[in-house]
Every structure is written in C-alpha cells, then in structure tokens.
Ligand binder design. Structure first.
Ligand SMILES: Nc1ncnc2c1ncn2[C@@H]1O[C@H](COP(=O)(O)OP(=O)(O)O)[C@@H](O)[C@H]1O
Ligand SMILES: [Mg+2]
Length: 449
C-alpha cells in the first residue's frame, strides 16, 4: 500500500503522527503601541499552542533593512515587541515552525497594524466611557494591564542593583539586598504571596522591605497613592508608612520596562502564625495578643480604614510584643470606594459571602475569626491541633464556615462555654448574614465577659 508518510525516525516520527493533520497556523494582531517609547507589541495566537514550536519575525523597515526577531513565548501566545515608527512603512513576515518540522509564513502589513491599533483604541475609549459611571477617580486613570515578572526574575535582577533599579531613584540605588537567613540555600526572597515578593535591603544603618509585584490590582498607582495617604493621615502606630514608586525596578529579561515597588521600614518580628506556634500554651500571651489585635481593628474602623486581608501572616509581632499590620494590597480607604475590591483575602479568614463587598466593615469577619481563635486558644491551648501546621489559617477554614454543624473545632470551642460559646454564637449568626452584617460591634466584643 502506498503512503505519503515520510521516512522519519524516533521523536520526529511520533510528533509527525501526532500532528499529521496540523500545519502551523496562527492569527497575528497588533495589541499595543507605546507612543513615548515607540514600542509596538504584536501578538501571535496559534490555533494549536501545543503544536507551534517557534515563531520568528523578519521586520523590513522603510529603508529596506531586515531584522530577524525570535518571539517570546507566553503561556498560549508568542509576543513580539519592537521599535516601530507608526507613520513609516514596515513589513512584517512571520515564520511559524511546528513541532514536527512543518512551517508556514504569514505577512502583516503596516495598514493592518494601524487598523488593529485603531480598533483597540476604540475599545479602550468605550470601556473608559463605561467606567465613568464608576465616579471621578476612575475617570482620570488608565487601566494598567501588564504581564508581571515572577519572583525569581526579580530576585535574580536585584542581585545587580546598578542594573535593576532605575537611575531616577538615586536613594534606592544605595540599597544592599540581604539574603534570607531562614533558608539553607542563598536567596534574596524573604516572603512571597498572592500579589508579590518581598525583599529586605539596607541603606546605611537602616533596614527596609521592598515589595515587587508579580500580579497587580488594577489602578495600582491610584490604589497605593490613596492607601498611603490614608495610612499617613491616620497616624496609627501599627500601620507602617510606605513609599510607592511607579517605575523603579526592571528585570534582566525585560530591560525596557520598569515595574512598581513599595518600600517600607523592615519590621523585626514574627508573623502572628509563628508567634502562636511558639506560644500557644501561654494563655496570658494569647489573651494579650487577642486584645491588642482587636483594638487595632477598632482603631482602623475609627478612621474608616479596613485592611481587607487580616491573616496569620499579615500581622507581625515585634520582639517587644507590639503588633504591626502589613500587606496593604487589599486595603479599603473611603477615597477608593468607587474602585471596588480585587484582592479577596485569605479564604480561611474571609466571610464566604464576601464577594465584591468593599467597605468599612470589610474586616469584621476576619477580626472575629482571629479574635475568637486567639481567645479560644488562651482557654484551651489544645485547640491549636486544628491548625495542622497550616500558615494560611488559624483554627478555622472554609469547610467550617460552610458546614458549621459538622465542624469538630466549632464543637470543641462550644464545649469551653462562657464567652467562647457566645463568640461562637455570634460567628454562626454572622455566617447566616452577609459580610457587612450590622450585628457586629467590635467594641462590644472587646467588652464581652
Ligand atoms: N515591612 C516588613 N517587615 C518585615 N517583614 C515583612 C515586611 N513586609 C513583608 N514582610 C514579610 O514578607 C511576607 C510577604 O509580604 P506581604 O506584604 O504580606 O506580601 P503578599 O501580598 O505576598 O502576602 C510577609 O508575610 C512578611 O513575612
Ligand atoms: Mg501577605
């Protein structure tokens, strides 16, 4: 029997069989143009990302010069970024190579690039109009949509301060980054979470934290500007003034783009989670930290501030026993109310119906969870077994919130009786209501006997 199958061996043969009906196909679209830097970004979306191995672009400029660029692979696409003068004539030719060696070419003209950009501009204009309904604050600011570097890209770049930190910030360029002393291998990363990665640095005799973003909330500039003002004005001693730099750090892989960071004083201390782990059998300490914690939330509420993500690792206890609250990504301050929330907080500390709620009562649920956990541990240290060594919770998790009737920890806390039981009754009622339920009064809880 005759067959068209070429004589291939090994992997090539397997790939040929797997992809024999495929040929490299993709759509090519200009997605953005930076007017200042004259940078054009073109996205190549393969019809089968698994099959497409490589994309290369040959860019012929208006003087007839050719330049070949290999495209950067993202999760499902290939991206080209190149300096282009929009008014001039260029020609883009894309070479698409499949895993089995088959290839194809696609042309893209300047006319169609200009059309793509016009369409996107139109789209952005329309969504900006829709956003106007969100109020004045939103109107003034462009949405930042970016691909963010990951933790290790930042860690690697910050080894070389001279390269990574923008010449704009002479003060920051004096930073000396300090390896994490808690890990065996050498790493600059001190902590990494939902939104970013934290580094420790020294300038002269002072130590600071720098947070770089691996994901970011929309309107990041505005958010941090308003939060920083809110914290400064509140003068609350457990909130730490920070500085936001909108364009301070770049990475080796993307030298043309500077990313935002925030810096603040370094707090020498333990996370609440570690503090409990070391002291859970000390009832006086647990009780003291419970009260101190509740008071911080009461004080924030008096300034109409809510943290939004109170949890075992966003609360630090200094060696002097002072409580400090960090990680302001999800903070509510009244001037931000039109922006809404994007950060939903640690699941084990949040009301299951939190949804998009964003307002001054944002901390009520997590405050009750943390206070009740600490109080219950102070009465019955054995309860700490329910933590199961999980730094993302204290005693409760989402299953307890969803099925309180079947929860062993809820049963055990109720057995303590007295105030523990009364706090638990409050929690159960809270779960039946929404996150902004008005049955919670932290002052009353503080006075509860
Ligand atoms: N100012 C600071 N002082 C000391 N440690 C800090 C400071 N800021 C952050 N950290 C450490 O880094 C971790 C991550 O920081 P955080 O701001 O909570 O980021 P994420 O959004 O990633 O949770 C924290 O849990 C804490 O251990
Ligand atoms: Mg955090």
């Amino acid at each position: 029997m005759e067959t068209n199958e070429p004589q291939l061996k090994g992997l090539k043969r397997i790939l040929y069989k797997k992809y024999q009906d495929e040929k490299p196909e993709a759509s090519v679209e200009a997605v953005s143009y930076d007017n200042e830097k004259k940078n054009l970004t073109v996205k190549v979306t393969p019809s089968n990302p698994k099959y497409l191995k490589m994309v290369e672009a040959t860019i012929r400029d208006f003087k007839g010069r050719d330049r070949v660029r290999k495209l950067k692979k993202t999760e499902n696409n290939f991206m080209l970024r190149n300096k282009v003068i929009l008014e001039r004539q260029y020609n883009f030719s894309f070479y698409l190579l499949g895993k089995d060696g088959k290839f194809s070419r696609m042309e893209k003209t300047m006319e169609s690039i200009r059309e793509d950009l016009k369409r996107i501009e139109e789209f952005n204009r329309k969504s900006a109009e829709q956003n106007n309904e969100k109020g004045d604050l939103v109107k003034q600011i462009p949405r930042i949509k970016r691909n963010w570097p990951n933790s290790s890209a930042y860690a690697q770049s910050l080894q070389n301060v001279d390269f990574s930190i923008s010449k704009k910030y002479e003060d920051l360029r004096k930073a000396r980054f300090i390896p994490n002393s808690n890990v065996k291998y050498r790493s600059l990363i001190q902590g990494a979470g939902n939104f970013g990665v934290v580094f420790k640095f020294q300038i002269n005799d002072s130590f600071y934290a720098m947070k770089c973003f691996t994901r970011a909330s929309q309107y990041i500039d505005t958010r941090y500007y308003e939060i920083s003002k809110g914290i400064e004005n509140s003068k609350l001693p457990f909130l730490i003034d920070f500085r936001y730099y909108s364009d301070a750090v770049r990475t080796t892989a993307r030298p043309a783009e500077y990313f935002p960071v925030i810096t603040m004083g370094w707090i020498e201390g333990k996370t609440l989670f570690n503090y409990i782990q070391e002291n859970f059998s000390d009832s006086a300490k647990m009780n003291a930290v419970a009260r101190q914690f509740l008071q911080t939330v009461i004080d924030m509420q008096a300034h109409s501030i809510a943290h939004g993500d109170l949890s075992g690792d966003n609360i630090l206890i200094t060696s002097g026993g002072q409580l400090k609250i960090i990680d302001y990504d999800g903070m509510f301050v009244p001037t931000l109310k039109d922006l809404g929330s994007e950060e939903l907080g640690h699941e084990s500390f949040q009301h299951p119906k939190r949804g998009k709620y964003y307002g001054p009562k944002l901390d009520n649920f997590s405050a009750l969870i943390i206070y009740l956990s600490l109080f219950a541990i102070s009465k019955s240290p054995d309860l700490w077994k329910y933590n199961q060594n999980d730094p993302d919770k204290l005693l409760f998790d989402i299953n307890d919130f969803n099925n309180p009737g079947e929860s062993a920890v809820i049963r055990d806390i109720n057995k303590i009786g007295g105030k523990a039981k009364r706090l638990m009754d409050l929690l159960l009622q809270f779960l039946k209501n929404g996150p902004d339920w008005d049955g919670i009064d932290l002052q009353k809880i503080m006075k509860m006997r």
